[in-house]
Design a protein around this ligand. Sequence first.
Ligand SMILES: [Zn+2]
Length: 830
Amino acid sequence: MPALQRAEATVRARLLAVHGYTVDLDLTRGPDRFGSTTVIRFGCAEPGSDSFVDLEPATLHRAVLNGQPLDVAALDGNRLALPGLRAENELLIEAEMRYSRTGEGLHRYTDPADDAVYLYATCGPDLAAKVFACFDQPDLKAPITLTATAPEDWTLVSNGAPVKSEGGHWEFVATKPISTYLFTVVAGPLHSVYGEHDGIPLGLHARRSLAAELDREAPELFEVTAASFDRLHEFFDERYPFGEYHQAFVPEFNWGAMENPGCVVFRDEMLFRSPATDVERERRAMVVCHEMAHMWFGDLVTMRWWDDLWLNESFAEMLGYRIAAESTRFTGTWTGFSVQRKGWGYDADQRASTHPVAGNGTRSVAEAMVNFDGISYAKGASVLRQLVAWLGDEAFFTGLNAYFADHLYGNAELPDFLAALATASGRDVHAWAESWLRTSGVDTLRAETERAADGTLTALTVVNEGERPHLIEVGGYRIEDGRVVPVGRAAVELAPGRRVAVPALVEAGAQLVVPNDGDLSWAKIRLDAHSWQLVTESLSAVEDDVTRAVLWAHARDLVRDAELDPVAYLALLERHLPAETSDAIVEAVLTFAHLHVVGRHLTGERRTEGLAALSRTARALVTGGAGDGIRLAALRVAVEASGGEQQLAELRGWLAGDGVPAGLEIGPELRWAGLARLASLGELSEDEIAAELAREPGTEAEFGAAQCRAARPESAAKAAAWQVLFTPESMSNRLLEATARGFWASGDPEEKAAYALRYFERIGEASDRGDIVAHLLGGTLFPVDQATPEVVAAAEAALAEPELTPGLRRNLADCADDLRRARAIRVAFE
Ligand SMILES: [Zn+2]
């Protein structure tokens, strides 16, 4: 049965009104299945009509509609027909469901640290039917009342607060009306920490083996949560509507977090078993704030259909960064947004698969997941920043509050949002939306200058080569005794296709000019040649973090567009990164240099030299005078880029605890990264991997060992990894990811080239294994470093195959775009 189509959802939403679900789960039926009994009470606007309910059982025991048994054999895929509905109906479904190993539905995890079992449900976008029978579409909201039976030593957390727990039997209060994709339950012998803020009961939960980490992190998590609630309550008239607020950290979670009302789920890597940098803490704070913003955007008012995903994600993203910056100690979030997060969006917006921010064209829920991308998040948030810059905070939030008041516990679409903003602001928001929300692609803003002999400007024009209006700032700087001195910032309104003179910066005597300084807009920039020359000489001397972030992002863009030799980018890195003071910039630049520049854009001798340059830069940062966050980020790259006898001896020393740079610590994550590097160089045997695994069993060890095994260069190791990757159900999502990550790290060049071609012969098989496996095999395992004409051709042939699922097709198409880009860079400079 194909996934739900938008047209079907529209018909069903017109016909049905769901009054409530009661869901009873039996979690005591062994390792494979759980019991799921659901009663749905619902009305039908046209009595006598037929409809259908969604469910994906292992076994359907009983289905009773209005007292009449339905034929369970009539279950067609994941749908059961409901014939002859009355004005008021009651449907009973008794079923057994399968636990998931891929994080889709009710995921079951056995902790290798102590063999304890944990469960959690992921229901978005259309996975609720793997947990309970339901009308699984965002605009059929209803209260859900959960009861459950579980082992006696377990704790259960769900969207509603628990009202009773006795002898393993749990009862929860009915939720407010919510969409089915927002249901969750988290279960197991959880470790919990409780708190309260402004009358809202708070809970933090994790598996038992992470108790120490949860206790250590709880004060910071509560602090960020409290500050974010306060800010959200300043922004919005409607108070937090979902009762208690629980945050559960769960294993093998596929995404960063999920905004289930009252019970947000995070990947438990965010509890930091290993030493973490401040950038990672900042990113976590942003995610905490992002999920809290979702309580309004997404949970209280929900997009009617997945094509308006931006109504959830773009707002949560923008507010997540903003609230963290304004209300927590993580005041620098916008630097990370500029230098790292926006790159994800710019990349997406320049691929063939780009789409408008609003109205992404999702026809079937099978396509919904592919748009959880850099456009719905990073571009959408940037565009909203442009909107706020244009309207001002007051009109923006007045409009939002009217929008919430009109659609409380309901659903909305783009026109609803625009109408509220237009009323509040009195501006032509619709024209703005046409150019910013209904189009795709990135505009380029170019600086053109005339100069005196000493380089001082005599004329400055900024050219908008694109199709949208931009409200930006242009920064002007002078170079004085090696210092970069700001001389002014000019606000510039750029109509589509227009050239605007900026005399203020000429009068101020600027030498270096930066369009979109402060990063208010969504645009590529092009500096004039003299300004770029000054940047290459003085980048690290620019004082403002966001300006440096804009310039580093610009350099990244030049590399991707084959306008800057990747080797010159690495030279910029070697010259300016050792003096960099922003953790976010160091981390983003090192990551791009390592994974993209060295990993994809260089080959042969140039790659060897590039890796050596990267390794030198990272080691210079580790031993330099930077803060511990920067040094730790650099140490990670130093570990992974180690090569040559001397560096490998040093790496072995670090792993044995000898010569670890002062103030730093080799935690489990970094230890396994170092082992994976050794494994890829043929310096770690299977016996040594097994011994490391036995040293401290746990999640990192299992993940690390899987990555190490796949990373070993021997043919037999590659064959074994290949075998498990393409065997369905062979392992969990996270171990599959680890194996995919290790696979291309080494190997005989000819053998790798042969595997790259075999990859495209086999990849179609992933279509039958769900979205997550399609993401891991179609994305993580994609042979990104094999940008040869043969591999590009094989990728194109694979994409011509009509049977690919939308998720797999999107992953392959996007990776193929990157492959072509890497190929163009190689051709331009080699
Ligand atoms: Zn989100």
